[in-house]
Design a protein around this ligand. Structure first.
Ligand code: FPP
Length: 229
């Protein structure tokens, strides 16, 4: 969800206004994902590196996330949306963690779209925490080093039980992953769109899905037509 700040700057508004408008785009994207029959939508809401932003901006983003959960949780629950939160939960502010846990708990049994909120998330941190868990299991004698493989590590990630993403979309024209789902996106299709996140409409989302549908995914193999001759 990149480009909130630049969207605001272009209009001579404070960055905060870009984030506010960004929340509206979040609502639109969740609705559009549901309509498209997407099973999992992951939004990068706050990275483990975002803490280095000015305190006022961090506070504003925290406030927006809190307001989103407070205001939208009942509606999301009514729409059968399940919420999962990925990212480090260590040292999270006492006004945020309980809300995130409540959102997960309230929607646990829902079977519609799973909305994954990446909060205080960084892929390298996630992988390091998973490695630490495996090391602890070995130290406790619950796992042998020979049993450590990609599947074992995958099971210790925050995303356990969530399939790998098929498509990663980044807005605002920046073409990098910035520590987002580095492990899980190994075979994901990447799509970079020029629009800033607040301008990410349903139409742009659906056009992205059409682009994705035309991509040829081989997962390291060869095209089935090439195999048959
Ligand atoms: C990137 O724009 C956006 C963010 C760092 C925050 C995204 C968070 C929200 C929209 C609010 C809360 C989230 C949810 C799920 C309700 P940027 O500030 O990096 O923009 P710039 O690159 O133009 O400065």
């Amino acid at each position: 969800m990149d480009g909130n700040g630049r969207w605001a700057q272009q209009r001579g508004l404070p960055r905060t206004m870009g984030h506010r408008k960004g929340v509206e785009a979040v609502r639109g994207a969740v609705r559009a994902a549901g309509e498209a029959g997407i099973a999992y939508l992951t939004l990068f809401a706050f990275s483990s590196e975002n803490w280095t932003r000015p305190e006022t901006e961090v506070n504003d983003l925290m406030g927006l996330l809190k307001a989103f959960i407070r205001r939208d949780l009942a509606e999301l629950h009514a729409e059968n949306v399940r919420i999962r939160v990925i990212g480090s939960r260590e040292n999270l502010r006492s006004d945020i963690l309980p809300l995130l846990l409540e959102a997960e708990e309230t929607t646990r049994q829902n079977s519609g779209l799973t909305l994954v909120i990446a909060f205080n998330y960084g892929a390298r941190d996630e992988i390091a925490r998973a490695a630490k868990k495996l090391a602890a299991m070995v130290a406790e004698g619950r796992l042998s080093t020979d049993e450590i493989d990609a599947v074992a590590l995958d099971r210790q990630l925050d995303t356990r039980g969530i399939p790998d993403p098929d498509l990663v979309i980044r807005t605002s024209g920046e073409e990098r992953l910035s520590n987002f789902l580095l492990w899980q996106a190994a075979y994901a299709e990447l799509l970079f769109v020029p629009e800033f996140w607040p301008d990410f409409t349903r139409e742009i989302f659906f056009a992205a899905l059409e682009t994705y549908a035309r991509r040829d995914r081989r997962f390291g193999g060869v095209k089935s037509a090439a195999v048959s001759g």
